[in-house]
Design a protein. Structure first.
Length: 311
């Protein structure tokens, strides 16, 4: 829960869901990722969730060398917590997905708490002109794609990244069963509170964006984890701001960023990650809540410190 009313804002800068033809503002190159991440931190994001893309065509890449082109720059220009994906891009092996985080040894990495269908094929129907050949098959192929996160995969990431390097996790929960999976690892002593539980609404294959589902997921997490967790809300696409607003009112933390939505408002593309961060910050502060600083986020999530990383 966002203790003492201070809301941790996570910004997910580029991701691996959206493709270049969907928005000219989606950061693709290491320079663009670095600039937008720093801008998001300056706007109030305390955690930066990062993926990498091939600078030649914007295709998601697991290559640690590309991550290392922007990680030091972000670290030198902000105090924000760096959170590196282990979800990677569609079709990557678990080994590929872990590669960058194993090199960078970040304070936080994402960890996806169950396998799901991950359907983003509907987005392809809205694109009139493609910038790159890879985009359409990447999107349309998700009608036959399983985002694999077996218990064995999860345990491996917990051990190889968590135990080995002190990386803590943003537990990505796309449905209620994922909360029970997390509780299984808690009961086995393989995860340590406080748990950073990112509840994700609106991915086709996961739980839907009905407002009742926020209450349902929070009630379930409260029952399973008591006070030992920090709840965060991620609403995909057009639901981003409304669900983050509702979640903040319920005592949750929030996640925004162009990874999860390309929009700033209905029908209006966001021109930067910083714009989305500034918007949710305004809403949070209008609710008489405060935005947590990176140091407050580190304390609440029991992180190892920004200087104990591999970059
Ligand atoms: N794209 C988000 C819905 C990851 O990178 O590990 C979930 C996510 C997964 O960020
Ligand atoms: Zn991600």
């Amino acid at each position: 829960m966002a203790k003492d009313g201070k809301v941790i804002i996570t910004c997910a800068v580029t991701g691996a869901i959206h493709t270049p033809s969907m928005s000219d503002h989606l950061p693709l190159t290491p320079d663009q990722v670095a600039e937008q991440a720093i801008g998001a931190a300056e706007a109030g994001a305390s955690i930066l969730h990062l993926h990498a893309r091939d600078p030649s065509d914007g295709r998601p890449t697991p290559d640690p060398a590309v991550f290392m082109e922007f990680l030091p720059r972000i670290k030198q220009n902000s105090d924000a917590v760096i959170n590196i994906t282990t979800g990677g891009g569609l079709g990557m092996t678990v080994e590929e997905r872990m590669a960058a985080a194993l090199v960078a040894k970040p304070e936080v990495a994402s960890l996806n708490m169950g396998s799901i269908n991950f359907g983003i094929f509907q987005a392809a129907d809205r694109i009139k002109e493609w910038k790159y050949d890879w985009e359409e098959p990447y999107l349309r192929g998700t009608d036959d794609f399983i985002f694999r996160n077996t218990f064995k995969d999860i345990e491996r990431i917990l051990k190889d990244l968590g135990e080995a390097h002190g990386t803590r996790f943003e537990f990505e929960c796309y449905d209620v069963g994922h909360l029970y999976n997390l509780a299984y690892f808690l009961d086995r002593g393989l995860v340590r509170p406080p748990l950073f539980v990112q509840t994700i609404f609106g991915i086709l294959g996961g739980i839907g964006t009905d407002k009742e589902n926020l209450v349902f997921m929070k009630q379930t997490a409260d029952r399973l984890f008591g006070e030992d967790y920090e709840w965060s809300i991620l609403g995909a696409g057009r639901h981003q701001m409304s669900l983050c607003t509702m979640g903040a009112m319920m005592g949750g933390n929030v996640r925004v960023g162009l990874e999860d939505s390309l929009y700033l408002a209905r029908g209006k593309l966001a021109e930067s990650n910083a714009q989305q961060v500034a918007k949710i910050r305004r809403i949070v502060e209008e609710l008489s809540l405060e935005v947590a600083t990176p140091e407050e986020a580190r304390a609440r999530l029991d992180l190892k410190g920004g200087d104990r990383v591999g970059f």
